[in-house]
Design a protein around this ligand. Sequence first.
Ligand SMILES: CC(C)(COP(=O)(O)OP(=O)(O)OC[C@H]1O[C@@H](n2cnc3c(N)ncnc32)[C@H](O)[C@@H]1OP(=O)(O)O)[C@@H](O)C(=O)NCCC(=O)NCCS
Length: 308
Amino acid sequence: MSSIQSKDDIEIRLMEKKHMKEALNCFSVFDLQESLSTLEAFYECDSKAFYVAINRKDNRVIGACGAPVTTHNSGFLGLYVVDSEFQNRGIGKQLFESCLQNIGNRNCGLHAVPEKLEMYRNKAGFRVSEGISMVVCSGIPMNWQSLRQNVDKEIKIEVFNRDNNELLQKIIDYDSRVQMNGNREKLINLCLHNSGYTTFVAINDNTKQLNGFGCIRIDYEGKGMIGPVYGDNEIIGEVLIYNLLKSCPVTQTKGLLYMTISSSMTGIEISKKLELTETERCERVFTKHVIPVNHSLIYCLFSPNFGL
Ligand SMILES: CC(C)(COP(=O)(O)OP(=O)(O)OC[C@H]1O[C@@H](n2cnc3c(N)ncnc32)[C@H](O)[C@@H]1OP(=O)(O)O)[C@@H](O)C(=O)NCCC(=O)NCCS
């Protein structure tokens, strides 16, 4: 089913659920991150957007790429990888082009690792930039107890209970505000119902209005992976991060992955307070236009691969 091209003994085909772990395994070899639960959710939303390269000899996944369309009729490309043993044979380009073919005339974005930025710009047509980068930080978070722990009296920070449909709708609406009216209802639903996700909300006790929310999950290598963290102001962002770290003790042993954006001074300041190491800045580039998003509400982003 769905095999589109073959080169030598390698088959490029649509990703199936059973390929996900192997794809993440290939990816993590290069110290690139994603959690299985997040990949599963994006895959459920747009399963035709993901491709793998399979070595016919042993049926092993040796490459992957995905560009799910989530908001504003635009794709976002990530999980782009080929096992080093199979690189420089044109497999990566075939995977990438399969994803772009699926996108067709629509717009597409990606976070470019610095060493590949020129290639994406000059060879793959990702020429539009907003001058903003994803900032990747990691390490054991130090001093997290010294982060702000309270907002004001009216705003309560509490764990999201998966059965609370009214609150879930408020989270979906808040996400849509961040995405400038982009609708990610299915994605948010899938992630927040996944038992791998812990979610906290900031809620006004008087008006019951939602003022922000944040999530943490475990990445493929067992590290804590925080995000998204969205909030009305920097205090809410910081208190959400404090609560998420407190809820996930594995970050103190295995470490934390923390991805913010270069326009979020608070997001970057918090990573410094936590003494995380900034490992990379990956510029956001697009084929046609910038995907609109309200940067001022973002403290940590959703997925390093598939979007803010
Ligand atoms: C990036 C990566 C997937 C490319 O895979 P690959 O199979 O080695 O790439 P190819 O053999 O298809 O590339 C052949 C040529 O096409 C270019 N190319 C690669 N991907 C391309 C694309 N999407 N569009 C146009 N050209 C591309 C390469 O620059 C190379 O050109 P060159 O020979 O002039 O240098 C691979 O190097 C990799 O896994 N790197 C580590 C993970 C990583 O950095 N991922 C990107 C995260 S943003």
